[in-house]
Design a protein around this ligand. Structure first.
Ligand code: GLN
Ligand code: ZN
Length: 753
């Protein structure tokens, strides 16, 4: 049965989760940062984790094991340190641990480097700062030390580096100079690092260039050629690793780089295999990314086997390597101990440790493993149930559109809600104080009974409403005290979601998240938020805003099933939310906000794929929100200000009101809204809630006047940038007081005009 003629293929891993099985690194980092433990303890934990993870990979039978994939905070920052490319304001010379963490974390002295998402993952890296005067003095010690550590265990590893072009492109020019102009100096530093690794005994290195799956201008394509013409001369085998998508128009470029091997992602982009095989020059090795490094499902060996067979047929066995699609950093550690899952789910899961086993079994063509895998998948039905499929199939165009257009809805809403000009509101959550978190933890542990917890929440909600009334806000919220997390809260109440005990994934630094797993059809067995919204509305004459997380955000922040398209899962979620919204409306809630902070981060890596994604993302939002009466006002909220590329999609959501971040950028985005002729209402945030600072009344007034240069008065709402969950009550009250006063002042000026 083996396509492999019973001979073993080589396997390689591209990176391993560094947090540890029980998040040991997180706890060691936090103990060190809080001064509870010394540097040596942290370094000892880190060394021990590396050792355990190398041995684990070796015992799993992985041929090529990475080093320098470990990081105390972030691999992009580590690369900057290796190259000596860290900003001068953090000090010069070899980077101490203190300086390293100063760059990673805000300190009393100065802010950290900016942080942003690594491609379309939820991992965040520190953004390199490029300037013409940057001095690069390579310090290869971290990479060399880790290589030697592994060597002492008898494991000759393949060090991993973030590649020069990806590094330059992920960074920002801070002085307006061209990033490309830095390339020659950067390459000298890369060479110094590689030479040090070669001297230590490294024969292979993995250089990650994931920007090869994105749109590259001709200059950057040339830069690739120039960079690898240099690096390719060194006496070391280089594998250029690409992942998160297809090479597409960069295929010729990637194949022809003068290096020994190329890694491609065949999970996200299986369709690229034949083209790659046709393009790859002889002598080059192809690393097939066949085990999903981005999701938690077991691999279907039958599918993978056909990919492997095609590659082996063209290249021969020696030139093929099996690997995960990308670093395993993005999946949890081990499924062991997950004993609280719905029946049948455990067997379907594969975390990092299981994925290593899959690689080995695929490479050896292990008959028993193949048979077990085939039996497992034969028992899986796959696809949505016919009942759920029919529900979606029965939808008509009318289900995706409000019956009346916005201009007809707006006066009805104004009448029904009796709102003043420039209405004031907040984004949903109010301070989740230590007390709120303590009560929830006690209730979760069973130390507090349901009735006691409910009455605590009722009291917190009532107090929050009284404070909002006293502050004079126009549209109130209940405060979200009953919610732990904006996705988990809904996932726990919807069918089709499961929660692991220990399925942590690094988000940034010591911060880990435990995404829910969408493993089956999503349906809503019972109302989720109606009880709290109704209770809150019963306490006040002011309109109470119902608060939901949108379908795209719920999808983006979960691990999703891979037997149906993401769009279909999103529509299932949207239908569940549509029912919730109908129930809220029937319960007398006249304003309902559907948060979509993740809409933008779901954008594909290639511009050519934007339209397809935005089409279903917008449809899902409209499906969730279009079932309400014209008088019912739909709000949405997004936490960022970069709207240029997606403004038409934002307008197409047809929410009556959108609130978003903009205090920091001083309303810069409104010019785009004006240029686009955005027709509905907008609440550009006038209080940057990411800082502890209280904005003054004059400052808020200034921002509102600025907004009025771009917007009609009837369009403008007054609200903070985002939810107030992380703020404290005193600054919250002070800020909102100024916000309301500023709104009133501008209102009077407008009436007086
Ligand atoms: N309604 C949520 C809150 O106020 C929105 C959070 C978010 O935008 N990320 O907390
Ligand atoms: Zn937000």
């Amino acid at each position: 049965m083996s396509v492999l003629n019973n001979a073993k293929l080589n396997t390689a891993n591209l990176g391993f989760p560094r947090m540890g099985q029980n998040r040991e690194l997180k706890f060691a980092l936090e103990a060190f940062w809080s001064g509870k433990s010394p540097e040596d303890d942290l370094l000892a934990v880190a060394r021990d984790l590396r050792r355990r993870h190398w041995l684990l990979q070796k015992e799993a039978g992985i041929g090529v094991i990475p080093s320098n994939d470990f990081s105390l905070y972030d691999q992009v920052l580590d690369t900057l340190v290796l190259l000596g490319a860290t900003p001068a304001r953090y000090g010069s010379g070899p980077v101490s641990l203190g300086q390293y963490f100063d760059m990673a974390r805000n300190s009393a002295q100065q802010p950290a480097l900016e942080m942003t998402k690594w491609f379309d993952t939820n991992y965040h890296y520190l953004v390199p700062e490029w300037s013409a005067g940057l001095h690069l003095i390579a310090d290869p010690s971290k990479a060399v030390r880790e290589f030697e550590e592994a060597k002492a265990l008898g494991i000759v590893t393949r060090p991993v580096l973030v590649g020069p072009i990806t590094l330059l492109l992920l960074g920002k020019s801070v002085d307006g100079s061209s990033r490309l102009a830095l390339l020659p100096r950067l390459l000298l530093a890369y060479k110094a690092v590689l030479e040090a690794l070669i001297a230590a005994g490294a024969a292979d290195v993995q250089i990650d260039e994931p920007v090869l799956v994105t749109d590259l201008s001709i200059e950057w394509k040339r830069a690739f050629e120039a960079a690898y013409a240099e690096l390719g001369q060194l006496p070391v085998s280089i594998t250029v690793a690409t992942y998160f998508g297809a090479l597409g128009d960069n295929l010729q470029l990637a194949s022809s780089l003068p290096v020994s091997g190329l890694h491609i992602d065949l999970v996200r982009a299986p369709g690229q295999l034949d083209e790659v095989l046709a393009t790859l020059p002889p002598e080059k090795t192809l690393s097939l990314g066949v085990v999903d490094g981005r999701n938690i499902w077991k691999s279907e060996f039958a599918t993978v086997r056909s990919l492997i067979a095609r590659a082996v047929a063209v290249l021969g066995q020696d030139r093929v390597v099996l690997a995960p699609s990308c670093s395993l950093l993005h999946v949890p550690f081990d499924t062991a101990g997950e004993d609280k899952l719905p029946s049948g789910l455990f067997e379907r899961l594969s975390f990092a440790v299981q994925k290593l086993g899959e690689l080995r079994d695929l490479a050896t063509g292990d008959e028993a493993a193949f048979a077990a895998n085939a039996a497992h998948f034969a028992g899986q039905r796959g696809g949505a149930s016919s009942r759920v499929q029919q529900k979606l199939a029965a939808l008509t165009e009318d289900d995706f559109a409000r019956p009346q257009p916005y201009p007809d809805r707006a006066p009805l809403q104004r009448e029904a809600l009796k709102l003043p000009l420039l209405p004031t509101t907040t984004i949903g959550s109010f301070p989740q104080t230590a007390e709120v978190r303590r009560q929830r933890a006690a209730w979760r542990k069973g130390l507090l009974d349901d009735a006691a917890y409910e009455s605590f929440l009722e009291a917190a909600t009532e107090e929050c409403i009284r404070r909002q009334e006293e502050l004079g806000l126009d549209v109130l919220v209940h405060g979200e005290f009953e919610r732990n997390d904006m996705v988990e809260y809904f996932g726990e109440q919807l069918d089709g979601f499961a929660f692991t005990r220990n399925g942590w994934v690094q988000s940034y630094g010591s911060r880990c998240v435990k995404p829910p797993i969408i493993y089956a059809d999503v349906e809503r067995p019972a109302p989720m938020t109606v009880r709290w919204s109704k209770f809150a509305q019963s306490l006040t004459q002011k309109p109470m805003k119902g608060m939901l997380t949108g379908p795209v955000t719920i999808l983006q922040w979960s691990f999703v099933r891979n037997d149906i398209p993401e769009s279909e899962t999103t529509f299932q979620i949207a239908l569940a939310l549509r029912k919730e919204i109908a129930d809220l409306e029937a319960a007398g809630i006249g304003v309902i906000q559907v948060d979509e902070p993740a809409l933008r981060e779901g954008l594909p890596l290639r511009m050519g794929d934007y339209a397809g994604y935005l089409d279903w993302a917008v449809k899902a939002f409209r499906l969730a929100t279009s079932g309400v009466r014209a008088e019912t006002q739909i709000h949405t909220h997004m936490c960022y200000a970069e709207f240029e590329t997606i403004l038409p999609a934002i307008a197409a959501l047809d929410a009556d009101v959108i609130s978003m971040e903009s205090a920091r950028s001083k309303m810069a985005l409104l010019a785009d809204f004006r240029a686009h002729g955005y027709p509905n209402e907008i609440g550009p945030g006038v209080w940057d809630i990411h800082a502890t600072r209280v904005p003054g009344e004059e400052e808020v007034r200034g921002l509102l006047l600025m907004a009025l240069e771009s917007l009609k008065a009837e369009q403008l709402w007054v609200n903070p940038d985002c939810g107030l969950k992380t703020r404290q009550w005193p600054e919250t009250e002070a800020s909102l007081r100024n916000l309301v006063a500023a709104a009133k002042a501008v209102r009077e000026e407008l009436v007086g005009r």
